[in-house]
Design a protein. Structure first.
Length: 94
């Protein structure tokens, strides 16, 4: 994606290449595919966390007097309820 750090992506690919030492085109392709899948999974996890954080920040807090863990859990539930389509799209692309 245009907003991603190209150097970080290249380091990510290099780490897979250095670990697996592909021989030939097929192995190089498989290592590249594995690294790309790993990169996308990391991106989905970050996007999901950002989406939940944003949605939770927008929700009013009905349990302002509850302990922090309960408030956090309820904020996540509210975020999940308010963003089902976006979260479903993330899981389809992982």
């Amino acid at each position: 994606m245009p907003s991603e750090d190209l150097q970080a992506y290249q380091r990510h690919i290099t780490s897979f290449t250095d670990e697996y030492h592909p021989k030939g085109a097929t192995e190089a392709h498989l290592v590249q595919a594995l690294a790309d899948a790993s990169w996308r999974l990391n991106r989905v996890a970050a996007l999901e966390a950002n989406l939940l954080t944003l949605a939770a920040a927008r929700e009013p807090n009905p349990l302002a007097d509850a302990p922090g863990q309960i408030q956090d859990a309820m904020a996540i539930v509210a975020a999940l309820e308010s963003q089902p389509k976006a979260l479903a799209n993330l899981s389809m692309h992982s």
